[in-house]
Design a protein around this ligand. Sequence first.
Ligand code: P6P
Length: 338
Amino acid sequence: HDTDVNRTDLMTITRYVLNEQSKHPESRGDFTILLNHIVLGCKFVCSAVSKAGLAKLIGLAGETNVQGEEQKKLDVLSNEVFIKALVSSGRTCILVSEEDEEATFVEPSKRGRYCVVFDPLDGSSNIDCGVSIGTIFGIYMIKDGGEPNLEDVLQPGKNMVAAGYCMYGSSCMLVLSTGEGVNGFTLDPSLGEFILTHPDIKIPKKGKIYSVNEGNAKNWDAPTTKYVEKCKFPKDGSSAKSLRYIGSMVADVHRTLLYGGIFMYPADKKSPNGKLRVLYEVFPMSFLMEQAGGQAFTGKERALDLVPKKIHERSPIFLGSYDDVEEIKALYAEEQKE
Ligand code: P6P
């Protein structure tokens, strides 16, 4: 009987957010409408990604994005879909996308109170080989009053009201936090609905996996080098950790969230601020990790305390199981004392 009840008591992402919202009578349903438009974008990208191989959508679009990387058609498509969906929601005022050098200021007639920062298709260099890729997003409320301006999207990550990612892999899974824990929803293509499949996700306190691009080892600083050494050759008699690195942030972070361990993109001599972008990679994933009981560290401070100066700024990041991140924090603290 129970399974019947579960099967017929469909907790869709929309219903879940409406339940959450009923706890905040002051909210006018704007967030639910905003989220529905983000979900629409994710459904479109999920469908486009799954057909990409067949529809020959892959391959270069010819242009290059602000990162100087060659844009693949799916990048362009996904970005356009999200921008249009977010503007048409009538609930946003500023949009920052990994694909656009400048922020998008929504025209006054369509403005709302939310600012959305997002990477429409992160890990896109993996599209051609079928590795899981994803959309990452973070949501701020516009600062009080006044005309929207860049200050509204240069807030520390701790000011985000929500963050999440959608992973396009063997299944399409949307992982979301609105500041009260983390929940995972899986797309049921027959219904076209995201259904709650992973309620209240908590990351294990300590993990057995470390995740980093070892190819950069020659350029790492001492604390990172020492930490990775410790993972491989533990001195306390514990067993060595396993290395898992997919090279697609959403996939690596999703595995870390569910299995535990640590994901790192450290600074190195060539890239003193690491590679990952603060607003739409580091902040959303750090927000989720803290909400799931883990933590996120930049090598200098709590990642969510960072105040970005530019919308495409990068930061080193160490995130995952609480105890594992504590270890790397201790090594950086030691270096500070020397
Ligand atoms: P590297 C993908 O291009 C990406 O932005 C993230 O998704 C991923 O974590 C990282 O870069 C991989 O970078 O230098 O290890 O190939």
